[in-house]
Design a protein around this ligand. Sequence first.
Ligand SMILES: [Fe+2]
Length: 265
Amino acid sequence: MRILFIGDIYAETGLKMLQRYLPRIRKDYKINFTIVNGENISTSGKGIKKSEYFALKDLEVDCVTLGNHTWFRDETKKLIDEVSDLLRPANSNIHQPGKGTQLFNVGNTKIRVTSLMGRTFMADLSDNPFCKLDDILKDDNSDIHIVDIHAEATSEKVALAAEFDGRVQAVIGTHTHVQTADERVLPKGTAFLTDAGMTGPYDSAIGADLEAVIYRLKTGMPRRFVPAKGPAQLCGLIMEFSGSKVSRLKRIFISPQRPYEPNKW
Ligand SMILES: [Fe+2]
């Protein structure tokens, strides 16, 4: 069983990059199940519209996880209850629509995907992700459980992965948009990557146009962030499982300076 996780798709540039490479990656690496974080896919770099969700489904994406920008587009509130594979963080406020964990049957394998949000340095404080994942595991009978921890602090992602080592099959960080090079299998068998990285504009400040970001940081004056133009990158992680045991990990980073390498583990 090979599962591909793609990090935060950012705006139209990110979607186009995914359209260009996802079919090739799926074929070259014989991917059985694809998860993408889609909370930045909208044209502004925030949220997800119905048309963008369906563009991901056209690419045969199996599950879309979200994060702190889940509710940026009004239409998401309705869409999230109409489909089963669009997940907002499970530890969101209980009054929010949608759900944060879902079981998928892939052949004879039961794959669970859970979306969680961190609390350290995050503006929208969610419920405790450790307690929420404990709750989810009480009723879980999956063979492979993949957790997206959408969080700012690397320490929070590392701690969550360590706490659930051996109880879920993978913990993958999202949200910071800069891919970390620390993919590993933890002592009790859980695959871990602190951050999968971002799929979107390459010459940018985590997706946004550099000029506006530099202006705000340099002057302290307001200016709206817009998605950067220009070349793109794609970031993700391929996980190979034998039953419930992770057997191989392959980090993917495609950019103008790092060409795509087909089937090179
Ligand atoms: Fe985020």
